[in-house]
Design a protein. Structure first.
Lengths: 293, 267
C-alpha cells in the first residue's frame, strides 16, 4: 500500500484523535495529491500540443518539417484505415514486432546462457572476455548493411540485428549477476546436497534474475531499434519501411504518426515486462513508498 | 572391544591462503582436534584466528595444505552428506518461502516434493514456525530466520553439525532463546557439533568441551571440559557459581590472545 507522508495532514491532531481518523485524513490527502498530479500532467500536455499546433498554423515553425498535432492525428487515422500501398498498417506492425520479438527472445536466451556459463567458469571467462570486449566495441548498427547482404530483405536480417543489439546487454548483466551471487548461499546449497546443476538452477539463476530483468527492460527497446534500422536499410514491410517511404514522399505527418505508433508499442511492452517482473519477484521486500512516484 | 572412531578428527593440519595481492599467509597451523560421536565442542578465539577455516576443512569446501582431516575415521573427500552447516550470515534462499527453504536439502538429495513437505512441516512444528510456512524470509524477524535455518539443516538429519557464529547477529534475548532451542534439537538428534563463536559465555553454556585458540595463525592453546550437568537452561546457567568459575578460568587464558590480536589490528 501507499506509504504516504502524513506530516502535512497532521495539523490539528490531538491526543484524542483516533487512529481511524488519522488514517482517513492521510488517505484523503493521498487522493488529493494524485488528482493534483494528474491534473497538472494534462495541463502540461495541452500546453505543449497547443503551442505546437499554434506555432505551425501561424507559420512560426515550418509545418513542412515539423507538421502539427491535428495533421498527425488525421494521418494516423488514415494509416489505420487504409494502410500503405504495400500492406495494411497492421501487417507492417506485425512484421516489425515479429522481427523484434524473435531478436529479443534469441538474444536474451543466448545472453543469459552465455552469461551464466562464463560467470560460472573462470577459465572460459578469462579466454572469451577479451573477444567479447572487442566485439562489443563495434557499434551494432554498422552491421546492418552486412546482415542485409547476408540474410536478405526478409525478416531474418532484422532478427539477427535485433539479436546482436540485445545479446550484449543481457550477457553483461547475466554475467555480473552470476558473479554477485552470495558465496554463503552457494556453500549452503552445496552442503544441503545440491549438485552443480542444482546450484545453478536454484541459487545462481534466481539471484542473477534481478540483474537480468534490469537488462531486459532496456533491451526490448534495443530490439526494436535493431528491427527498424534494419528496415531503413532494406525491407519490403515494417514500421521502418513506412518511415523510410514517408521520408521519400516528404510526408512528415506520416513519419510522426508512425513514431507515435511505435512509442505506444514500446510503452505497452514496458508495462507487460514490469508486470511479469513483479509476479516473479514476489519474494522481494516491497520498495519504500511504492505509490509515491 | 571395538574402539569407536571419533566423529571428527583434525591431525596436524595447516591451511595457507593466497591473499588477493598474491601473498601467502597461514590461517591455522599444527592444528589438532578430536570430536567424539554425540559430543558438543565449542571453539573460541580472537578475531581472525582461523576458527571458520577449521569448519571448512571438515566440510570439504577447503582442503588442508598439510595434515589430515577425518570424518568418522575416513579422510574428507568432497562434501559429506552426513554434515549440516549453519552459517553466520543469512544463507536462506530469499526467493523461496519458508517451507521451500526447509525442503531444499531433501529435494536436492532426490526426495519427492510431497514427502519432503511432510517432513518439513514436522520440523517447522518443532521450531514453532507452523503458521509461517508460506512467508518469505524478508517477512520474518532475525530470530525466526535462524529457526528456519536450523530446520533447513536438521531436516537432513546430520550426524555432524558445524555452526559458524550462527547467533552472532541476533539480539541478546533472542540469542538465549535460540540456545535453548538448539540444545533441545541437539539432544534429540545426538549429532556431533563444532560450534565456533567469539562469545565465551555462549561456548560454556552450550558445550561439553571448549577449545581456546591462539591469535592467528591459529592453533589449539588449551582444551577445557565443561562438566555442567545437562539438560541445561541457558538463561539460568550463567548465574551458576560453577559457570562463573569456569568462565573466569578460561577468560584468563583467552585474554592474552585477544590482546595480541587487537594489538596487531591497531598496528
Amino acid at each position: 500500500m501507499a506509504d504516504v507522508t502524513v506530516s502535512a495532514s497532521l495539523a490539528g491532531i490531538t491526543a484524542s484523535t483516533t487512529d481511524a481518523e488519522i488514517e482517513a485524513r492521510a488517505a484523503a490527502a493521498a487522493r488529493k495529491h494524485s488528482w493534483l498530479v494528474v491534473f497538472w500532467r494534462l495541463v502540461v500536455l495541452a500546453l505543449l500540443l497547443g503551442s505546437w499546433e499554434l506555432a505551425a498554423r501561424t507559420g512560426l515553425i515550418d509545418e513542412f518539417f515539423y507538421s502539427y498535432p491535428s495533421a498527425i492525428l488525421v494521418r494516423l487515422w488514415e494509416l489505420i484505415r487504409d494502410g500503405t500501398d504495400e500492406a495494411p498498417l497492421w501487417y507492417h506492425l506485425w512484421v516489425t514486432m515479429k522481427e523484434s520479438l524473435l531478436g529479443f527472445v534469441f538474444g536474451s536466451v543466448g545472453g543469459i546462457a552465455c552469461g551464466v556459463a562464463l560467470g560460472r567458469n573462470k577459465l572460459l571467462a578469462d579466454i572469451f572476455s577479451v573477444y567479447i570486449k572487442i566485439f562489443n566495441a563495434i557499434p551494432r548498427v554498422v552491421l546492418a548493411p552486412i546482415f542485409i547482404l547476408l540474410f536478405g530483405f526478409d525478416i531474418w536480417s532484422k532478427v539477427v540485428l535485433s539479436l546482436v543489439m540485445v545479446f550484449f546487454v543481457v550477457f553483461a548483466n547475466a554475467f555480473q549477476g552470476v558473479r554477485e551471487a552470495d558465496r554463503a548461499m552457494i556453500a549452503n546449497a552445496r552442503i544441503l546436497g545440491a549438485n552443480g546443476w542444482q546450484v545453478t538452477r536454484s541459487v545462481i539463476l534466481p539471484s542473477a534474475m534481478s540483474w537480468i530483468f534490469a537488462s531486459l527492460h532496456i533491451s526490448f527497446s534495443f530490439a526494436i531499434v535493431g528491427a527498424i534500422v534494419g528496415e531503413f536499410i532494406g525491407s519490403r514491410y515494417g514500421i521502418g519501411f513506412i518511415i523510410q517511404t514517408a521520408r521519400g514522399l516528404h510526408d512528415t505527418a506520416e513519419m510522426y504518426a508512425t513514431i507515435l505508433i511505435i512509442l505506444l508499442v514500446v510503452l505497452l511492452a514496458e508495462y507487460v515486462m514490469t508486470w511479469v517482473e513483479h509476479r516473479l519477484a514476489k519474494w522481494r521486500p516491497a520498495p519504500f513508498n511504492e505509490a509515491g512516484n | 572391544m571395538i574402539i569407536e572412531s571419533p566423529a571428527i578428527e583434525l591431525r596436524n593440519v595447516s591451511r595457507r591462503f593466497l591473499s588477493p595481492e598474491g601473498k601467502s599467509f597461514t590461517a591455522i597451523r599444527d592444528f589438532n582436534m578430536s570430536v567424539a560421536q554425540g559430543e558438543f565442542v565449542a571453539v573460541v578465539g580472537p578475531t581472525g584466528c582461523g576458527k571458520s577455516t577449521t569448519l571448512n576443512l571438515v566440510t570439504g569446501l577447503a582442503k588442508p595444505s598439510s595434515g589430515d582431516a577425518f570424518v568418522f575415521g575416513k579422510p574428507v573427500e568432497g562434501i559429506d552428506k552426513r554434515i549440516g552447516f549453519v552459517f553466520q550470515t543469512d544463507a536462506l534462499f530469499p526467493w523461496r518461502n519458508v517451507i521451500d527453504n526447509v525442503t531444499a536439502g531433501p529435494v536436492f538429495r532426490g526426495l519427492g516434493k510431497a514427502k519432503a513437505n511432510d517432513k518439513a512441516r514436522d520440523w517447522l512444528a518443532r521450531v514453532g514456525l507452523t503458521r509461517f510456512e508460506q512467508h518469505y524470509p524478508h517477512q520474518l524477524s532475525g530470530g525466526m530466520r535462524k529457526r528456519v535455518a536450523l530446520a533447513q539443516t536438521f531436516i537432513n538429519e546430520p550426524q555432524i553439525l558445524l555452526m559458524d557464529e550462527p547467533f552472532s547477529a541476533l539480539d541478546v534475548q533472542t540469542r538465549v532463546l535460540m540456545h535453548d532451542e538448539l540444545l533441545s534439537l541437539w539432544s534429540g538428534a545426538k549429532a556431533s557439533v563444532i560450534f565456533v563463536t567469539h562469545d565465551l559465555e555462549e561456548a560454556i553454556a552450550l558445550a561439553d568441551k571448549v577449545y581456546v585458540l591462539t591469535a592467528g595463525p591459529g592453533t589449539v592453546k588449551s582444551i577445557y571440559p565443561i562438566d555442567l550437568p545437562r539438560p541445561r537452561i541457558v538463561a539460568d546457567i550463567r548465574y551458576d557459581p560453577k559457570f562463573i568459575e569456569i568462565s573466569r578460568t578460561i577468560w584468563n587464558d583467552l585474554r592474552d590472545e585477544v590482546k595480541i590480536s587487537s594489538a596487531r589490528a591497531a598496528a
